[in-house]
Design a protein around this ligand. Sequence first.
Ligand code: GLY
Length: 267
Amino acid sequence: MNSFLDINLGHKKYPIYIRKGLIDELGTEIRKIYGGSKIAVITDENLNCLYGGRLFPALKAAGFEASSIVLPPGEKSKSFDTLLGIYDSLIDSGINRSHLIVVFGGGVAGDIGGFAASTYLRGIPYVQVPTSLLAQIDSSIGGKVAVDLKQGKNLVGSFYHPKAVFIDPELLKTLDKRFLYDGLAEAIKYGCIRDKKLFLALSDYNTIEELNESMEYMIHSCCTIKKELVEKDEKDTGARMLLNFGHTIGHAIEKYFNYEKYTHGEA
Ligand code: GLY
């Protein structure tokens, strides 16, 4: 299965590709949308260990000179301190507005990497390569990027859309089960708000293997709903708020436990 969706906002349009094994073709795919030479990859330590050996050669093979900014994993990295470190690294690598940022990570790297892209030099182009289920079906799409303050999550941010989103469902094979379930909570939400067939399919899976076999269908279904709501209400003042179904109580639980006990999806 090779799926493709377009996010069409009127003033901007960008593609979402969903394909197994896409990580090894990233260089070729990015070459189609970016003619420059330098890329700064923003990722985390775990992902760099797991996939750096495939990602960087794929970019190099397409003629890119890629530098890396590797963050400690976890929500604590979504801070202004980390952001300043990202700006330092971008400057050290000579990244300017004609270059590209590739964000390779889950929700944390996606949010802070996207926010760095939206603010560095008043905004430089970036692409999202989401690696967690939550990021693949939700946070990498729709342009919401942010960092946390001590008062709460995502309190400083912007709407800044990527040039493209590349989703490789095979990356989920190394995802900790806890974070797979975290993302599945969002998939169940999509079923509840818009897609009875998806909801019933999710209820029917008995094993992770069964789920894995249908992963592309599930990701595609969720992204289709997200696309529809983001296109209707880019800035989250109306229809897009439907995506927050179940989130008010969830955020309260997360915050009550200081974001340390429950993941977003668990809450
Ligand atoms: N995660 C909800 C939204 O993008 O609006």
